[in-house]
Design a protein around this ligand. Structure first.
Ligand code: AVI
Length: 322
């Protein structure tokens, strides 16, 4: 994931979201989507190769090992569209299989021009592929793919890496329903979800001893300093990762270690923190296989197949439109 240059509009939106999240009386929040500026995207890449964080490796391993079995369940002709293309490495395994069957069009949908360029560079070496990057938000991009499809073509949507885990459970169901509304019978969605596992495995994955995840979380405050002229002193905030057993999610917070006031000129606010008060920056929901299959049904798909990595429990689920 790589962020685009901030435009005047995106800076204004960032300022509004920061103002709204930090003005919450009960629990201050910041939206996780703002992690991914250039620094944050580079830190996420580093997280994805940490020994403690098995999620990205499991996702890629499943795609590599089961690409043929996955492709075999989807009759040609297929156009492949990916929501949030990230690095093309893991998608390459699946695309290679489709391209071996017949020439394939791949539409990565990504808000960031940098990530799109990177993905095109990673994947253009495959034989028989045409890559059409769409710099849109997910649903707008998918509508465009649907509008361009030829009769008889089926769309396979990829939503990998458990990105859905960063939506809350209701929002993820709503999102899947909206994806379904754009698709037609015979289309499909391959969804990557991180599965439940012991807190003793999850906590080091989100609070690694090398401090990479802490730097990723703190970069959100550094970004507010850079883009909104704020004066957060990073040394007075501490990264925290908690497992919420009831909600089955990891929560990342930034804890103010002293009482302090921070001014954020471009958001037009000064924010006061009590000692130990936190900003909730991310939730990462964990699933079980049955609830993923249920989500498929509730959104108007059937869950056709699931592949599970046993080393780092993670699932790829193939949803077909009924
Ligand atoms: C992108 N997303 C699925 C990651 C996750 O595990 O929730 C983001 C992340 N946050 C901390 N580490 C990785």
């Amino acid at each position: 994931m790589t962020a685009p240059e901030p435009t005047e509009n995106s800076t204004a939106q960032f300022a509004r979201d920061v103002r709204s999240g930090l003005s919450n009386k009960d629990q201050k929040t910041l939206p996780a989507k703002y992690f991914y500026d250039d620094v944050g995207s580079a830190l996420f890449e580093a997280i994805s190769v940490l020994p403690e964080y098995g999620l990205t490796r499991a996702d890629e391993h499943l795609l590599r090992v089961h690409a043929d079995a996955m492709a075999a369940r989807i009759p040609p002709p297929v156009v492949v569209s990916e929501l949030g293309s990230g690095t093309g490495k893991k998608t390459g395994w699946l695309l290679k299989t489709f391209c071996q069957r017949r020439p394939t069009v791949y539409y990565p949908i990504e808000i960031s021009s940098g990530a799109l360029a990177r993905c095109e560079a990673d994947l253009r070496l495959l034989d028989s592929i045409s890559i059409v990057g769409l710099q849109r938000d997910y649903l707008d991009g998918l509508r465009e793919v649907a509008a361009r499809r030829a009769t008889a073509e089926h769309i396979l949507v990829l939503f990998l890496g458990s990105s859905i885990g960063n939506f809350d459970r209701n929002a993820s169901e709503r999102f899947l329903r909206r994806v379904r509304e754009i698709l037609q019978p015979g289309d499909s969605l391959l969804l990557g979800t991180d599965l439940e596992k012991p807190a003793s495995q999850l906590i080091p994955a989100y609070d690694d001893p090398q401090g990479v995840t802490a730097a990723f979380n703190l970069n959100l405050l550094a970004r507010i300093n850079r883009e909104l002229g704020a004066n957060f002193e990073l040394k007075h905030f501490q990264h925290i990762a908690r497992f919420n057993q009831l909600e089955r999610r990891i929560e990342m917070h930034l804890r103010s270690t002293i009482p302090q006031t921070v001014s954020i000129p471009k958001a037009g606010i000064a924010v006061t923190f009590r000692e130990d008060e936190t900003i909730w920056t991310e939730s990462s929901y964990k699933y079980n296989l049955e609830e993923v299959a249920r989500m498929a049904t509730q959104a108007g798909f059937i869950c056709d197949a699931q592949w599970v990595d046993e080393e780092w429990t993670f699932a790829e689920s193939l949803f077909i439109v009924r």
